[in-house]
Ligand binder design. Structure first.
Ligand SMILES: NC(=O)c1ccc[n+]([C@@H]2O[C@H](COP(=O)([O-])OP(=O)(O)OC[C@H]3O[C@@H](n4cnc5c(N)ncnc54)[C@H](OP(=O)(O)O)[C@@H]3O)[C@@H](O)[C@H]2O)c1
Length: 303
């Protein structure tokens, strides 16, 4: 498993990370035994970074159960404070997360998103305080734009940004990505499979069950879903020619950039994790990258 350094002076972490949102059941039911087996499969396959959050329903508690008995030391554990970012809310959130995760510290503690209700200087001060106390080893932010990162950095330095980034969602390429690269802020790419569109396994008339968040998302309905699945089919043809699956192509395409430290891939069972690992350890040629660009540019962007 390849590793990259988090930020300018952080730990080396696996380039594939385990995204622990789906094991919470938010993308359809996952039983506890399978959830824990999936985390173990990730660790056994060489994945060191596990990403969860206060807001991920049962995810932290499941990760905590999975990490008992010798697994905690093998992982770089990342979680997030979600929604409320006052000094007190952040402190309460980390104590709660540490209890759920059954550990005395996390490796990366991230602010889940920008919330203008809470002054960022107070939030970053609280995060830095936790770092100094050893409750977290590093600080990160998620879903921040460049202006928000600049403001946050005035109070405390941080090692990572966790933005949405995949073949169909490339908004960060214009300014966020170059800013992070210049500032030595590591990018942990979330939703790398566009929440399943880039698996290539769905038909345009697929109905997601009510307990799956995708049943409420416009991108998984109607014309928008159909158009994105068409692109996915074309990308699959390129992947097959490279002896890859579409999923592996989608992960490796993100890793073409050195600014991307880690790709956080969600999985619901051990077999899914096994496929992810094949997303690293190789490189796309310039011709293949150009061909992918051609497919992505072939239709107008709808979001
Ligand atoms: N910071 C944020 O605001 C934020 C937001 C979103 C996500 N994240 C992080 O990023 C991680 C990844 O995002 P995500 O989990 O939402 O979406 P994702 O990684 O883009 O897609 C994950 C889904 O794709 C399907 N899949 C994955 N591997 C597969 C395989 N090998 N074969 C077939 N299907 C496969 C699974 O769902 P099905 O089998 O049901 O299709 C899985 O739940 C999250 O877990 C979380 O850690 C962060």
């Amino acid at each position: 498993m390849e590793k990259r350094q988090l930020g300018r002076d952080g730990d080396f972490v696996s380039t594939i990370g385990f995204g622990a949102w789906p094991i919470s059941g938010a993308m359809g039911t996952v039983d506890e035994q399978t959830a824990i087996a999936t985390v173990h499969a990730a660790i056994d396959s060489g994945i060191t970074l596990i990403d969860t959050a206060q807001g991920y329903r049962t995810s932290e508690a499941l990760v905590g159960k999975a990490l008992k008995e010798g697994h905690r030391e093998r992982v770089f554990l990342a979680t997030k404070v979600t929604g409320r970012y006052s000094r007190q809310a952040i402190r309460e959130a980390i104590e709660n997360s540490l209890r759920n995760l059954q550990t005395d510290h996390v490796d990366l503690y991230q602010i889940h998103g920008w919330n203008p209700q809470y002054p960022i200087d107070e939030s970053m001060e609280a995060m830095e305080q936790l770092r100094q106390e050893g409750k977290t080893r590093y600080i990160g932010v998620s879903n921040f734009n460049v202006g928000q990162m600049k403001t946050a950095a005035q109070t405390a330095p941080f090692h990572s940004l966790q933005p949405r980034y995949n073949l169909l969602d490339r908004e960060i390429e214009s300014d966020i990505l170059p800013y992070c690269e210049a500032e030595g802020i590591g990018i942990l790419a979330h939703s790398p499979l566009a929440k399943g569109v880039l698996t290539g396994k769905y038909a345009p008339d697929h109905q997601f069950p009510q307990n799956d968040e995708r049943s409420q998302m416009s991108r998984f309905q109607g014309e928008e879903f159909r158009r994105n699945l068409e692109k996915a089919e074309k990308l699959k043809t390129i992947a097959q020619r490279c002896n890859l699956t579409l999923i592996q192509l989608a992960i490796g395409w993100l890793l073409r950039l050195s600014a991307v430290t880690c790709v956080l891939v969600g999985a619901k069972n051990p077999a899914q994790v096994a496929e992810h690992v094949g997303g690293q350890g190789w490189q796309l040629s310039d011709e293949e990258l150009q061909e992918i660009e051609g497919v992505l540019a072939s239709e107008p962007k709808t979001y």
